[in-house]
Design a protein around this ligand. Structure first.
Ligand SMILES: NC(=O)c1ccc[n+]([C@@H]2O[C@H](COP(=O)([O-])OP(=O)(O)OC[C@H]3O[C@@H](n4cnc5c(N)ncnc54)[C@H](O)[C@@H]3O)[C@@H](O)[C@H]2O)c1
Length: 358
């Protein structure tokens, strides 16, 4: 097996999930990590048994793959730098905060012949795979109705801890852009191409610290005629986790629930005639909200699955499970959601191809 030389750019909260995955994956060597903060890179590299490099040095180390774990608006610069050096690149979600940037990233990687993958590790939950399979094998039939709820807790200190969080320019949005993007991705993976949305959002709890939304509601219309609803907030105490549910043309419904936030989602509703099962994601009581480090840590097994799938795709010269084009679909929906919240009218979901001009 060819040994892939891996690097990580950005050594903050989520980067450890990537570094641990590369370190533990047979056939991959974690070579180096970099950060604009050299002390942070040094401590992180030591923790994962890799070298620390400056962002300039990193791409001279003969890497095959790199993970991009920097704030969303910086994804474009790092991904295009990787492409320019012929390095395959696995970028954290959301792919970018505007569709033009996503288009430039996709175009740069396609022109350079490097593989671009984007982290949506919640697709790798067995429960999500089971719902996708029930759509594909006809158990649910063509989806006609969906729902996603993202009912989370954040302390205001979450937004004040890092300067980039909570502004339109540097975070690109609030709960929709940063948290609900995972569930929007699952909705569109299950229901297909979204064509029109209506949305409203508000800042109901964290307004002293952020200018973006902490609460939002929306309806979505899909090319197939399917409809879905979405509600999202970081204003809950305690948080109630997330749910995604799909009803198919057979009338059967399947839903998954993630509780507490970060835990592996389980099927909580399997309303398929003859095989019905319903469970509550909540135990006897509601557990306390977990610190961010624990939420990110509990996502690590699914990061590891997606990193392994990405490494296989690079070796096999095929598309990974979540390509840049695929990841741009949730960003296109987000673009329309924010446009609708601003205009007060339904808005068409733009397509990535309209943005790619090369
Ligand atoms: N897949 C998931 O579930 C998940 C979970 C958490 C975060 N994320 C995503 O990961 C990204 C990072 O989030 P985080 O919470 O780890 O952020 P963070 O602020 O904790 O870490 C970001 C790091 O990047 C560094 N950095 C900034 N600009 C850089 C640049 N140009 N080059 C090199 N380093 C740079 C910062 O110094 C910091 O150490 C975000 O896009 C976020 O949405 C995804």
């Amino acid at each position: 097996m060819t040994v892939l030389r891996a690097g990580v750019v950005g050594c903050g909260n989520v980067a450890g999930n990537h570094a641990a995955a590369y370190r533990d994956l047979p056939g991959v060597e974690l070579v180096a990590c970099s950060d604009v903060d050299p002390a942070r890179a040094a401590a992180f590299a030591a923790r994962y048994g890799a070298a620390a490099a400056t962002p300039e040095e990193l791409f001279d180390l003969g890497l095959d793959v790199v993970s991009v774990c920097t704030p969303h608006p910086t994804h474009e610069a790092v991904v295009t730098q990787a492409a320019a050096h012929g390095v395959h690149v696995l970028c954290e979600k959301p792919i970018a905060i505007d569709l033009g940037a996503a288009a430039r990233m996709v175009a740069a990687c396609e022109a350079a012949g490097v593989t671009l993958g984007v982290l949506f590790q919640r697709r790798f939950w067995p429960a999500a795979q089971r719902i996708r399979a029930a759509i594909d094998d006809g158990t649910l039939g063509e989806p006609i109705l969906g729902h996603a709820s993202v009912l989370l807790h954040r302390d205001t200190s979450y937004y004040t801890a890092d300067a980039w969080r909570g502004t339109w320019a540097t975070d690109g949005g609030g709960v929709l852009m940063t948290q609900a993007v995972h569930n929007i991705d699952l909705l569109q993976w299950f229901l297909g191409e979204a064509v029109e949305v209506s949305a409203a959002h508000a800042t109901v709890k964290h307004g002293a610290a952020i200018e973006v939304e902490d609460t939002a509601v929306a309806t979505l219309r899909f090319a197939s005629g399917a409809l879905a609803t979405l509600s999202a907030s970081t204003a809950l105490t305690p948080g109630l986790g997330t749910r995604v549910q799909v009803t198919g043309r057979t009338g059967a419904t399947a839903g998954l629930a993630e509780y507490p936030e970060g835990a592996e989602a389980r099927i909580d509703v399997w309303a398929v005639p003859g095989a019905e099962a319903v469970t509550s994601p909540f135990g006897p009581g509601l557990s306390a909200d977990l610190p961010l480090s624990e939420i990110n840590g509990s996502l690590a097994p699914f990061h590891a699955l997606q990193v392994a799938e990405f490494a296989d795709a690079v070796r096999d010269g095929r598309d990974p499970a979540v390509t840049g084009r695929e990841a741009a679909k949730s960003l296109a929906i987000l673009t329309a959601l924010y446009a609708s919240a601003r205009s007060g009218r339904p808005e068409r979901v733009p397509s990535l191809n309209e943005e790619i001009t090369v």
